[in-house]
Ligand binder design. Structure first.
Ligand SMILES: *Cc1c(COP(=O)(O)O)cnc(C)c1O
Length: 426
């Protein structure tokens, strides 16, 4: 292990630290992830530092999670105060912070009721269970409810949510999958109509359509407004629940508080997680009163909605409001897309197009070149910019919502340099 000296960002004192021991890590942590070869140790705003003291501009933000960036005073303050007061009890008792958070969410969305859990997958599990409960008890006592989801979608890693996820690579070797799902191409209304007609026989019928307003992991593909308007109409006419997975796009990420606001339609049920508490684990499943079919004992979570996570989420949401971060998301998003579009035009042999809303954006690589998003992520990392892939051919940009104009410019300057080098090797 090598020793390195870095200047501590907060105290301005020199601190001595040991470089990270990767061998010990690999010996004991299960290898479920492909990891890039750095260990991040501390952060401030949109910047993080690795164990050797190297600085990076963070356009990953814990994968669209660190809404307020790193070490934001509002988040530090809320979690510090809450952990000193009371951090965890149980849903055996009333939790005032949970009530306050639910009230905020209900007042700022189309939903009437909220269930809290700890992750995106869990929030989607709750939605899937609610759909079935509603189908069995309200929807003409439907015996075999089917949930339609989209190809190239992503809904999580539990058994039900990998089944909902319309990508074979997440399902392979985990069969048998959960019954009651069928898949359609995204943004294709004819496919929805055909699927509803095909599935409708006897006690088997489509009970819900579950979609991301913008497909995140599947390559940053925004939903089409016309498609979603038609979808809403089809759902209303056929007693089908419209369910949105807002785990990645909710909480201001798109420049609106919720992804569905970009589409001009309201879901009956939606889920949130990633950015909701700015990097403290939380998940939420929200729905309208008419389909809030859960009764006491139907669903639960030990940690779900504990005082600590709820205080964190409240401070994140209040900061988004007070600092008018949605305006920043819109302005910085446009600035970023303008630069990315310019790069896509400068390197047409490398890139096809730029897609996204607000501060979730994707730059797609040409399919037929010998260059993947992961190659570019590695090169950018070497130059001090963190980016995430969204599949093998899309570079994803999801910086904290507090990102500044200068930081967008710097990130794009770094990427420009990376592109120059990469294109000269093609
Ligand atoms: C990340 C993600 C999930 C899964 O969330 P976890 O917290 O990892 O369980 C589900 N849906 C979408 C759209 C996501 O982006």
């Amino acid at each position: 292990m090598s020793q390195s000296t870095v200047v501590d960002n907060f105290s301005n004192q020199s601190v001595t630290q040991q470089s990270f021991d990767r061998g010990a890590f690999d010996d004991s942590v299960m290898k479920t992830y492909g990891r890039f070869p750095i260990a991040l140790e501390r952060g401030s705003g949109c910047h993080v530092w690795d164990s050797d003291g190297r600085e990076y501009l963070d356009f990953v933000a814990g994968i669209a999670t660190c809404t307020l960036g790193h070490a934001h005073p509002a988040l530090i303050d809320s979690v510090t105060r809450q952990i000193k007061k009371l951090h965890h009890v149980s849903n055996l008792y009333y939790i005032p912070e949970q009530g306050e958070l639910a009230t905020w969410l209900v007042n700022h969305s189309c939903a009437d009721k909220v269930f809290f859990c700890n992750s995106g997958a869990e929030a989607n599990e709750a939605a899937i269970k609610l759909i079935r409960k509603y189908a069995h008890t309200v929807l003409d006592f439907l015996e075999q409810p089917v949930i339609l989801t989209a190809k190239a979608s992503f809904h999580g890693r539990t058994l039900a949510t990998i089944t909902a996820t319309g990508q074979a690579k997440y399902q392979k070797d985990f069969e048998p999958l959960v019954d009651g799902f069928a898949y359609v191409p995204y943004n294709d209304i004819v496919a929805i109509e055909n699927a509803i007609a095909d599935i409708d026989e006897g006690n088997r019928r489509v009970a819900a359509i579950m979609l991301e307003p913008l497909q995140g992991e599947g390559g940053v593909r925004p939903g089409d407004r016309e498609y979603f308007a038609k979808l809403r109409q089809i759902c209303d006419e056929n007693n089908i629940l419209l369910v949105f997975d807002e785990v990645q796009v909710g909480v201001g990420r798109t420049g609106k508080l919720w992804g569905y606001e970009n589409l001009g339609v309201e879901p009956d049920i939606f889920t949130s997680a990633k950015g909701l508490a700015g990097g403290i684990p939380i998940g939420a499943m929200l729905c309208k009163d008419f389909c809030a079919a859960f009764e006491p004992g139907n669903h639960a979570s030990t940690f779900g909605g504990n005082p600590f996570a709820c205080a964190a989420a409240l401070s994140v949401l209040q900061t988004i409001e007070q600092e008018q971060l949605l305006d920043n998301v819109i302005a910085r998003g446009k600035q970023l897309r303008d630069r990315l579009n310019a790069m896509a035009s400068s390197y047409p042999q490398m890139f096809t197009e730029v897609r996204g809303w607000g501060l979730i954006n994707g730059l797609e690589l040409q399919a037929d070149i010998d260059l993947t998003s992961i190659d570019l992520v590695k090169s950018a990392m070497d130059e001090g910019l963190l980016l995430a892939p969204a599949g093998p051919k899309v570079l994803r940009f999801v910086p904290p919502l507090i990102v500044s104009a200068d930081e967008i410019t710097r990130g794009c300057d770094i990427l420009e340099k990376v592109c120059q080098t990469a294109s000269s090797k093609l």
